[in-house]
Ligand binder design. Sequence first.
Ligand SMILES: [Zn+2]
Ligand SMILES: [Zn+2]
Length: 82
Amino acid sequence: MTKCPRCGKEVSSRPGTICPRCGLKVYEANEKIRCPEPNCKALVSKKLEYCPKCGCKLKNYNFSDFIKMARCKIDESLNQKE
Ligand SMILES: [Zn+2]
Ligand SMILES: [Zn+2]
């Protein structure tokens, strides 16, 4: 069992649970992601923008930051060849 973050009613913690009292999608509100920081890797709520443990940005990390990192790597390897 877990508690509905909006109204506090006890609801099932199974995936797909919707609060019978207020209709909140509890499974979405309680969904956790892992902090992308390799030294941290804390489990944090998906709703947060920053990791409460290390303070790094969580949102869009996997996409834009990954592309930025990949671009830096490509630039580095190009510069090395010249
Ligand atoms: Zn509720
Ligand atoms: Zn973190």
